[in-house]
Design a protein around this ligand. Sequence first.
Ligand SMILES: C[S@@+](CC[C@H](N)C(=O)[O-])C[C@H]1O[C@@H](n2cnc3c(N)ncnc32)[C@H](O)[C@@H]1O
Length: 259
Amino acid sequence: MKPTHSKTPTFRYFLISFFLSLPFLFLLFSLQPHFHLDPSTAVHPPPEYALNGTEDLKIRPGYSSYASYVQRQLNKTLNPRLRQIWTTRDWNRKIQVFVKFFDELKEKGLLSNESKALCIGARVGQEVEALKRVGVSDSVGIDLVPRPPLVIKGDFHQQPFADEAFDFEFSNVFDHALYPDKFVGEIERTLKPGGVCVLHVTLSKRADKYSANDLYSVKPLITLFKRSEMVHVRKVDGFGLDTEVVFRKKKDANEIQGS
Ligand SMILES: C[S@@+](CC[C@H](N)C(=O)[O-])C[C@H]1O[C@@H](n2cnc3c(N)ncnc32)[C@H](O)[C@@H]1O
């Protein structure tokens, strides 16, 4: 005998309303924002965003040559009016924010006064000055444009340092990398085993017109850092960058992810 409720008008109306609402429910769930700290739950951008198997990372088109990429970076970094502002009005304000970040990393045991530290894409050197102010005296920065003594000339796609030179590397310019695999490969080459890399990146919005890539989750970073383990991810408020991702290079150099 069939259940009697299957024949009632109420149950029929329920079934009809349920099926009619399915498209709306689907739309609701597909409109989630791109910001996810948990790499396993990242919303995936369309297939054209894939890069060599790493998802959620898109290299911006429009650089006809490496020279045109470098020139674009230099257009801003060499701007005399901006350099004047960065080294006067903005100098201390930005250093104070970096000091807070580095103090927190020291509290977590990820940085110490004995660390030999590198800041990648350090422009006029505020993050290097901040490291020195928190007691990490052996600190230097690299940038396409040098500003000695804090920042020396160097391309982060090919760092001018020997293997295993640093205990700590910091960068808030991952979005400027035209070749993210080289950017990360160079960090892993120049970090000592057990060394720490701290990246500040933006996941929730697109960076400025000088950026060379767009990152949509931390998942591509985990893929790119082949010789390291992710030790923490947290939300930060760092000059338009919203996420701090920390990696530690594995002690056993042969311990490569996926091998
Ligand atoms: C957004 S600025 C960041 C400046 C600095 N980290 C700060 O927070 O004040 C990006 C910097 O990355 C540098 N840069 C871009 N491409 C680079 C490359 N291939 N190698 C080294 N530095 C690069 C630029 O010259 C610029 O100074």
